[in-house]
Design a protein around this ligand. Structure first.
Ligand SMILES: [Fe+2]
Length: 290
């Protein structure tokens, strides 16, 4: 008897080109500012789970359109930081290297170190989305490191050693690790240290990934300095060149990535004092890592 015919999924209504063995796929042929149905969104989600980084080229989204697209992935996460005037950041906030008069200036900060967004929260970010509104003529890259690959690369003995470990993440540790002014008392109260597993399982695919970065302070239950040094060694192993994809921004790119299995960092490889780099950022709230 013939086997029952399998349902063949229709191809996604856009083209995809993988960008690296580490992850990332370039998507063309869709206007994210125009309405589209759930079947198209399902294809986008499939690509997201498979490639971890989606790069939509040639997009032109208003703030409202970016917020609407972001909401399809889940609840939008508020930014914990405050603007210089003390007000909360809007849900869509702007990342730039501009002073009050709009002139390009040199900037620095924790973004230039490997991290996964908001791992100093008990419920960290699921995905982050950046829309490139203005890009420098050269550089201003963002790098991603694949933490599934980093986990898979560990020998069995190391995997067993790290499997049951939990790390303490905090904003205070971030400031210390990135040589910035210490966290204020208000920040420490608003962002108390949290404990996360060093190895987490992706809540959708089940794949294991290392969960590390510049927000970590030490290992729960171990002497602080020893645990800090251990995490630093593990981070160096996890961010070797074989696990990295470097994204070179084009104006109009809309890039989103999975914070549950990637680390990322900005690269200070553009002329900040004469060129403008402006990105619109939105974030989707995740779930408690396990
Ligand atoms: Fe980030």
């Amino acid at each position: 008897m013939a086997a029952p015919a399998r349902e063949i999924a229709s191809p996604p209504p856009f083209t995809m080109k993988p960008l690296s063995p580490v992850g990332g796929v370039e998507i063309r042929g869709i206007d994210l500012a125009a309405p589209f149905g759930d079947e198209v969104f399902d294809a986008i989600m499939d690509a997201f789970l498979e490639h971890h980084i989606l790069v939509f080229r040639d997009q032109k989204l208003s703030g409202e359109a970016q917020l609407a697209f972001t909401r399809r992935f889940g609840e939008i996460e508020e930014h914990v930081g405050r603007l210089p005037n003390g007000e909360k950041y809007p849900l869509l906030h702007v990342i730039h290297n501009l002073d009050e008069d709009g002139n390009p200036v040199r900037i620095s900060g924790g973004n230039y170190f490997w991290h996964t967004d908001k791992s100093y929260h008990a419920v960290p970010s699921l995905l982050t989305m950046l829309h490139a509104v203005e890009t420098p003529s050269e550089g201003g890259d963002t790098q991603f490191a694949n933490m599934h690959m980093a986990w898979d690369s560990l020998d069995r003995e190391t995997q067993e050693e790290v499997s049951d470990l939990c790390a303490i993440h905090s904003w205070e540790a971030n400031r210390r690790n990135t040589n910035q002014s210490p966290a204020t008392d208000v920040q420490k109260r608003e962002r108390p240290p949290v404990r996360h597993p060093v190895v987490r399982s992706h809540p959708v695919t089940g794949r294991k990934a290392l969960y590390l970065g510049i927000h970590t302070s030490h290992i729960d239950g171990r002497p602080k300095e020893e645990g800090h040094a251990f995490l630093n060694r593990l981070l160096r192993r996890a961010t070797k060149a074989d696990f990295i994809y470097t994204h070179k921004w084009q104006k109009g790119d809309l890039v989103l990535w999975d914070n549950r299995c990637l680390l990322h960092r900005a690269v200070a490889n553009f002329d900040m004092e004469s060129e403008r780099r402006v990105l619109h950022r939105t974030v989707v709230k995740g779930t408690v890592p396990y």
